[in-house]
Design a protein around this ligand. Structure first.
Ligand code: ZN
Length: 177
């Protein structure tokens, strides 16, 4: 993937959206961008903590297990305990195109695994034990009704607008050279 001014602009915009939504991480495909990229700041506030842009991540060597409560900007208001590996090794690229390699644990490991899941089309909800899922499904149904009514009132981009934007981005970044 090329790292160019346009990609930097997209990353900056993703940080804006993430801070506005009071999140600590945001994956590109959560906002309709077909890129294997996510942004994170564990402090959750502009000017505090460290901003990370992670491009084309590969995770390996999961070690240990840990249960921790998670929430997600794609599932507003829903929090649940999720069991994941405690430590993970990441290989990726930064926004300067430099390789990132590290062994992660704690919140950093947790958040990276959550955002990586988004790129794979997996929500934390998919990792919740069967018994707890019904309750979450009921909450999700309410959220979907709300989203559709906001979309029909023009408060959220239409599916057609989203599709057009994705096609543009895809052409720019995802075409084979
Ligand atoms: Zn999420």
């Amino acid at each position: 993937m090329r790292v160019d001014a346009e990609l930097k602009r997209i990353a900056a915009r993703m940080f804006d959206l993430m801070y506005d939504a009071k999140g600590i991480g945001l994956a590109a495909n959560q906002v309709g961008l077909p890129l294997r990229m996510f942004v994170m700041n564990l402090a959750g506030k502009r000017g505090e903590g460290e901003e990370l842009v992670v491009i084309n991540p590969v995770l390996s060597k999961p070690r240990g297990t840990e249960a921790m409560e998670e929430g997600c900007l794609s599932l507003p208001g829903i929090y649940h305990e999720v069991t994941r590996p405690r430590q993970i090794t990441i290989d990726a690229y930064s926004l300067t195109g430099d390789p990132i390699r590290g062994e992660l644990d704690g919140m950093l490991s947790r958040c990276v695994q959550h955002e990586y899941d988004h790129l794979e089309g997996v929500l934390f909800y998919d990792r919740v034990a069967e018994g707890a899922r019904q309750q979450i499904e009921d909450e999700l149904e309410e959220f979907e009704v709300d989203f559709e009514s906001r979309q029909s009132q023009g408060g959220i981009a239409s599916d057609e607008e989203i599709a057009r934007f994705c096609a543009e981005i895809e052409q720019r970044y995802c075409q084979p050279k």
